[in-house]
Design a protein. Structure first.
Length: 119
């Protein structure tokens, strides 16, 4: 892969990170207050965007609707499948789940749209 084929990944990751910061601030009243939180959230966003980009390229997704399906599917398969079991084990509410991971769904959809536009 050439540099010009991946330069959009860190840019979209920063956009996703900004969106997640605003989501957490507005919906959860939680600010990212430390360098560690910013770093880990930034790495998470970078890996989310990179993973979506790899899947889009490898599967040859060439429509916006297809990319939104991939984005929602990745959120469902990787985020929901992994965290839902912990919500059940620890007795957390559905409301808490959606406050925590609804923003991730929107961030995945936003990132997928931007990846589609960039490629």
């Amino acid at each position: 892969m050439k540099l010009m084929e991946v330069v959009h990944i860190p840019i979209i990751a920063l956009i996703q990170l900004g969106f997640l910061y605003v989501w957490n601030l507005k919906m959860r009243n939680r600010a990212f207050r430390s360098k560690t939180i910013w770093m880990l959230a930034g790495l998470g966003s970078l890996f989310n965007v990179w993973g979506l980009d790899v899947i889009q390229r490898d599967f040859g997704v060439d429509t916006l609707f297809g990319m939104l399906e991939v984005s929602a599917g990745c959120w469902l398969v990787f985020v929901v499948a992994t965290t839902a079991k912990y919500y059940a084990v620890y007795g957390w509410s559905k409301r808490e789940f959606w406050l925590d991971y609804g923003g991730d769904l929107l961030a995945f959809l936003l990132s997928g749209s931007l990846i589609y536009a960039a490629t």
